[in-house]
Design a binder for this molecule. Structure first.
Ligand code: SF4
Length: 73
């Protein structure tokens, strides 16, 4: 699997917008992967297969999410 950045991806990330409370922690932690909807403030994914260099930040974002809305596999 290759990410949009052309770097081999090692993880897949999914988000549950129904669980998201719009805290924005994930965007602060890994802005290359997560964004917030301008309308409802809920999480949006920029990529589902982040570049390998983002792995640690993606996992940290999942750990920091107060809603448990980020799944990394
Ligand atoms: S950290 Fe969790 S609750 Fe906050 S915006 Fe991201 S997915 Fe939503």
């Amino acid at each position: 699997m290759v990410s949009a950045a052309g770097e081999a991806a090692t993880v897949r990330v999914r988000v549950d917008r129904d669980a998201c409370c719009g805290s924005g922690n994930c965007v602060l932690t890994a802005p290359e992967v997560f964004a917030q909807d301008d309308g409802d403030g809920l999480v949006l994914l920029r990529v589902t297969a982040p570049p390998a260099g983002s792995d640690e930040r993606v996992r940290r974002a999942a750990d920091l999410c107060p809603a448990g809305a980020i799944q990394v596999t």
